[in-house]
Design a protein around this ligand. Structure first.
Ligand SMILES: *Cc1c(COP(=O)(O)O)cnc(C)c1O
Length: 399
């Protein structure tokens, strides 16, 4: 049927004229006014908007504390530091993530140990996890890939049994729930990112949520050079100007400009989440009958925040492979993407000695996945364009 429609890659008319990106922020006039208000005020950094934003995020996920950072990667680095991760330690994580997850382990001098994913959910496999634990294992960094929460109950149980810290990389999962609990309130520490493609944005930004006062204090210290002015912690006399550096911290602070944008964006999160879910549902309904593609599966006990909509190609039902189909979709002006190249495929990790073949499920799935555009500002015709392009391209290549 649609085989008669000439693909743009072969000179046909593209499904749309304007390129549609896979993700994008939505900044409106109220966001702009919130930022201008800060710029006209006294505090550009270390001011009241930071603590207000932290309070709002902590209240939203339901934790005692939240500590904001200059970006999500800095936040992960700080969480690894707070967890006491150091040289000689091993930390378990997934290869199906952005390099920053594993990099935060390397920043602390520890060794990332990659655990294979479950081939149905693409999430770190609790069964595989247990086989990698030894006396060097210090922590687990699971990733709520695409916004779909990991099996927190199993992971927290395994961690408790083995005395491990769980730092959730929930860069994709602001607003997601597991057994009715918000992601951010379950792990020992949880990271959210506010990069423009994520659920809400501060330009660059990240945060750690936790219920643990010890971690909270470490995070605060690490964010600002390891310097404290806390009278109870100072080792020496306390002149009014006096402060001490206790740890080798960084300057990982968020600005009040970013925090004000974050507060304004957070007010729209529920609407953004509903829009993301509606688009995902429309995709799922539209692609149900497309035999060569496998759709995302979400377990009944959790609610995804739909950061990404990832389809998997069944290559046995297609005449060509992922690169051809990917390029054909790009030519239709659909901004598809691939999340992710398994982290240890990167030359830096290869040089560290990680070998291909380590996580067979992740590697096999990597070869077949395509991320479709999904962001709240997409309008119904954008969604229809994605559906038309996928149907056009897939039916052309279908055997
Ligand atoms: C975005 C992202 C990060 C890093 O966040 P930044 O704010 O860009 O530093 C880490 N992990 C995952 C899975 C991400 O998607």
């Amino acid at each position: 049927m649609a085989k008669s429609e000439k693909l743009a890659i072969y000179g046909g008319k593209p499904v749309r004229d304007m390129y549609l990106p896979y993700g994008s922020q939505w900044v409106d006039e109220s966001d702009i006014q919130a930022v201008i208000h800060v710029l006209k005020g006294d505090w550009l950094t270390t001011g009241p908007h930071i603590t207000a934003f932290e309070r709002e995020i902590a209240d939203y996920v339901g934790t005692n504390y939240a500590v904001a950072f200059s970006n999500g990667t800095a936040a992960l680095h700080a969480a690894c530091f707070a967890a006491g991760i150091t040289s000689g330690d091993e930390v378990l994580t997934t290869p199906m993530t952005f390099a920053a997850t594993a990099n935060s382990i390397l920043y602390c001098g520890a060794k990332p140990v990659f655990v294979d994913i479950d081939p149905e959910s693409y999430l770190i496999s609790p069964e595989q996890l247990t086989t990698k634990i030894n006396h060097k294992t210090k922590a687990i960094i699971p990733v709520d890939y695409t916004g779909n929460p990991v099996d927190y109950q199993e992971i927290m149980r395994i961690a408790k049994e083995n005395g491990l810290v769980v730092i959730a990389d929930a860069a994709h999962a602001l607003g997601a729930t597991y057994h009715g609990d918000k992601v951010g309130s379950i792990a020992d520490m949880t990271m959210f990112s506010f990069h423009p493609v994520k659920h809400i944005t501060t330009g660059e930004g990240g945060i750690i949520t936790t219920n643990d006062k010890f971690y909270y204090k470490k995070l605060i210290l690490f964010r600002s050079h390891g310097i404290t002015r806390d009278q109870h912690l100072l080792t020496s006399h306390n002149e009014p100007w006096y402060y001490e550096m206790h740890e080798l911290g960084y300057n990982y602070r968020m600005t009040d400009i970013q925090a004000a944008l974050g507060i304004s964006q957070l007010a729209k999160l529920e609407d953004y989440l509903l829009k993301r879910k509606a688009i995902a549902t429309t995709y799922t309904e539209a692609f149900q009958t497309l035999d060569p593609i496998i759709l995302p599966k979400i377990h009944d006990d959790r609610e995804s925040s739909w950061h990404l909509y990832v389809i998997r190609l069944d290559l046995s039902k297609l005449r060509d492979n992922r690169p051809a189909i990917f390029k054909a979709l790009i030519e239709e002006n659909i901004g598809v993407n691939v999340h992710y190249i398994p982290v240890y495929f990167h030359p830096y990790y290869q040089k560290l000695g990680y070998q291909k073949g380590l996580c067979p499920h992740a590697e096999a799935i990597y070869k077949t996945i395509i991320t479709l555009p999904l962001f709240p500002k997409m309008n119904p015709s954008d969604v229809e364009d994605v559906i038309s392009a996928v149907k056009k391209v897939i039916s052309y290549y279908e055997v």
